[in-house]
Design a protein around this ligand. Structure first.
Ligand SMILES: Nc1ncnc2c1ncn2[C@@H]1O[C@H](COP(=O)(O)OP(=O)(O)OP(=O)(O)O)[C@@H](O)[C@H]1O
Length: 604
């Protein structure tokens, strides 16, 4: 039932209390209402005790006496400042500023408005100020002569690895890592060492920036230095010399008493390099072998593409082995049956550490680290990216690890350009095969124009096409071949023996040329060779001669963007990436990656 409004005069506070009750319809048009309001106000002013609704006159002035600590169960209520020790607060703020993993930008850092990439935020951040400090630190080393390398190591570097190259300068990661790993940088040494365990380092630098030499040179240098002091090796050499002298003097017959005592380093390497794939093992071995010709040490690899007898020979060869480059599973299984394989390791290098310490590889990699620990002097993790997971893993397990990161970490170099083909529009109608073939034709046409006429030989452009699924590699390569484009597919199921052969064209630094066609041939695009691959070829593979990369599928993460685009524009060269953006692709992510590349910003 509706309640009627009171018919007698009432003031505004009375009306307010009435209106609070449900179903009350106020009649506020009465002409006498203002007078009643004034009467009430006058009565209020005349009372001695102020109403609870009236604020104290000094309310704005704050408390005069200090009452920072209030006792009792409600002492912490209605506080205007946090109940935290101000010194602790200041310390925490300072630590947060120094902590590399904190994603929050500092005051002096430019504002970051990359919304789509922030959704995944998969990479650990490197603070702006830290990047500046690194730049200053790098400035001290301009020449390879400034590093404490043995003369024979320098000779091998210049005469073999860099043969025919002039005006060589160490790259940023080499300027930072070589002094630290060689012990020239005393500050780094004291920070990374611990009384009980080995010195541990993280080397993180852009793709194609020379990380392989940055870790190989110090390890080989240390190996050579300690070799001269190795008592077992000295004694073995003495016995061998005596035996040879006896044979030469005709006192013993070589056939009757051959000197076949195994070298003390047989199956006892001093340096181990762990890599995720056979292809990468092959590549690191190539660099190491070129150094070993001059430095004289024995380097071998073990990976699943080798026959068991070959693996046996590489590890248990009578001449011994100083360095083993291996995939973790194979090495761990050898160490299971012969634990002494890891008993003399001084340097353990984990290349592509973000892969080898992720969930799938981590148990086996860490088991190798643990078994090698007693003799280990340096543990070196190497990576082109520091995912947040790796960052946390290292911070927890190796809190004293010294992090060597370059100023441009996680940034794709500006010399690599990214073009976007909107495949959702005509004439492609979301058909990426057609768009990919079109992109390759454009590359071929541009190259032909660049070559000019009247040449007897033309350059062949090597293009890597990245897809996300292995099934897609064959499918795309088949389509391209149907359009008379030279294309090969490479994925995990390709016979391992063929991997090296297929990759060779793309990893070779030699110019690839063919005789200039004089008449139109069946091969519509003679000057382009395409390799359709999954991520198998995105990690560590040194494709110096590749200028073009096509991202057929949009990479799932910014880490994949960095690694895939990192196959072009290596070691200061120019490169071009073309991403095919279809209807279902995250165009906002692509746009942000493109903008970051243009601005020279690190991906997140
Ligand atoms: N100081 C240097 N000057 C010129 N070239 C160099 C120098 N250091 C290394 N290189 C060459 O640069 C190329 C790339 O080096 P490397 O494969 O070590 O790169 P990376 O940093 O390991 O790349 P990724 O992260 O992709 O594995 C190699 O061909 C190597 O010979």
């Amino acid at each position: 039932m509706m309640r009627r409004a009171a018919s007698s005069p009432a003031c505004s506070s009375c009306l307010a209390s009435l209106s609070a009750s449900r179903n009350f319809t106020p009649r506020i048009t009465q002409p006498w209402l203002p007078q009643i309001r004034h009467a009430h106000a006058a009565a209020r002013a005349s009372t001695e005790r102020p109403s609870r609704m009236v604020l104290a006159e000094n309310v704005g002035r704050g408390r005069s006496g200090s009452r920072t600590r209030r006792e009792g169960p409600f002492g912490n209520l209605n506080r205007r400042t946090a109940n935290v020790d101000p010194r602790r607060l200041a310390n925490e703020r300072e630590a947060a500023d120094r902590r590399p993993s904190r994603g929050a930008p500092r005051k002096d850092e430019p504002k970051d408005d990359r919304k789509a990439m922030k959704m995944q935020r998969i990479l650990a951040g490197v603070p702006h100020t830290k990047r500046q400090v690194i730049k200053d630190k790098m400035a001290g080393y301009e020449d390879f002569d400034q590093f404490d390398l043995l003369p024979v190591v320098k000779e091998a570097l210049m005469g073999e690895v860099f043969r025919g190259m002039t005006d060589l300068k160490p790259t940023p990661v080499q300027r930072l890592a070589l002094p630290a790993l060689l012990g020239q940088d005393t500050k780094t040494k004291s920070a990374s060492g611990s009384e009980s365990g080995p010195d541990s380092y993280l080397l993180a630098a852009e793709t194609g920036s020379g990380k392989t030499l940055a870790y190989l040179l110090p390890a080989i240098n240390a190996m050579k230095k300690t070799e001269a002091m190795d008592e077992d090796v000295k004694a073995w050499e003495e016995r061998r010399r005596t035996e040879m002298e006896l044979q030469a003097a005709g006192q013993v017959k070589r056939k009757a008493r051959p000197f076949d005592e195994p070298h003390p380093t047989m199956a006892r390497p001093k340096v181990i390099v762990l890599v995720p794939t056979s292809e990468l093992a092959q590549q690191v071995l190539r660099v190491s072998k070129s150094l070993s010709h001059v430095i004289k040490y024995k380097a071998e690899m073990i990976s699943s593409d080798l026959k068991p007898q070959q693996i046996q020979r590489n590890v248990y060869g009578a001449k011994g082995v100083d360095m083993i480059i291996a995939t973790p599973h194979l090495l761990a299984s050898i160490a299971d049956s012969d634990p002494n394989v890891l008993s003399r390791v001084n340097h353990l290098i984990i290349d592509e550490a973000d892969s080898l310490l992720d969930r799938s590889f981590s148990p086996v990699t860490t088991s190798i680290i643990e078994r090698a620990s007693p003799s280990l002097k340096q543990l070196i993790c190497v990576s082109a990216t520091i995912p947040r997971k790796l960052n946390n893993y290292l911070a927890t397990n190796y809190p004293k690890m010294h992090r060597i990161t370059t100023p441009n970490l996680h940034a794709i170099p500006r010399r690599v350009q990214l073009g976007v083909m909107d495949v959702s529009k005509p004439p492609y109608h979301n058909n990426k095969d057609v768009a990919c073939a079109e992109a390759l034709f454009t590359i071929g046409r541009e190259a032909a124009q660049h070559e000019g006429l009247n040449k007897s030989e033309i350059d062949v452009r090597r293009v890597i096409v990245f897809v996300n699924e292995r099934e897609k590699t064959e499918e795309v390569a088949k389509y391209l071949r149907s359009k008379n484009i030279q294309a090969e597919a490479l994925h995990r199921d390709t016979p391992e023996t063929r991997h090296g052969e297929i990759l060779e064209t793309f990893t070779s630094n030699e110019a690839l040329t063919i005789p200039a066609p004089t008449k139109p041939s069946a091969m519509k695009l003679p000057n382009v060779k395409a390799l359709v691959v999954t991520d198998l070829a995105s990690r560590g593979i040194d494709t110096l001669a590749v200028r073009h990369v096509i991202l057929y599928d949009v990479p799932h993460t910014s880490i994949d963007f960095i690694h895939r685009l990192g196959r072009a524009g290596r070691m200061g060269r120019r490169g071009r990436g073309i991403v095919l953006a279809g209807n279902d692709d995250r165009k906002d992510v692509i746009a942000e990656v493109k903008r970051s590349m243009f601005m020279g910003q690190a991906l997140i």
